[in-house]
Design a protein. Structure first.
Length: 159
């Protein structure tokens, strides 16, 4: 069965040239990760907005790159049962910052943030471990993240 992907942009932010390429990547990633008849909402925002979310929901007074908010509510529409798994917020400004830190492309970094958010919505967590430049991850979530990204490296969001 198909999945639903709702993508939005914070008000007053200019739509990036790659914005319309996100859905096809997320759809492929959701299928690869075993999502089925599930709905995810993705918001692209600026550092100020994600800083406020981080402060409000995690009590961390700094911007971050990606936040995931699990929902797991179920609703029916036209005879189909959908599971709204949750929401992902991604700071557009952090994509380039992270790409420089990891010595990678904006495209690879955006894909990493999207897969990372989806894995959190799929119930996974990485505890205190984070992806670090030139260091292989050890926890199950981050190992799966990197494996998934390797399998999807030929897909492009940001050209």
């Amino acid at each position: 069965m198909a999945n639903r992907i709702l993508i939005s942009l914070q008000e007053d932010i200019e739509e990036p040239s790659w914005f319309n390429n996100v859905e096809s990547f997320v759809d492929a990633a959701m299928k690869k990760l075993g999502f089925d008849s599930e709905e995810v909402s993705i918001l692209f925002c600026n550092n100020l907005y994600i800083h406020e979310l981080n402060k409000c929901y995690r009590q961390i007074d700094n911007p971050t790159d990606v936040l995931s908010f699990e929902n797991d509510s179920v609703y029916e529409e036209d005879g189909v049962e959908w599971k709204a798994v949750g929401d992902i917020a991604i700071s557009i400004e952090m994509i380039s910052e992270n790409a420089k830190y990891f010595n990678t492309t904006d495209n690879a970094e955006l894909k990493r943030l999207l897969v990372h958010g989806l894995l959190h919505l799929n119930g996974m967590d990485h505890g205190e471990e984070h992806i670090e430049a030139d260091k292989e991850p050890e926890c199950e979530m981050l190992v799966l993240q990197e494996k998934t990204l390797k399998e999807m490296e030929d897909l492009t969001i940001i050209k």
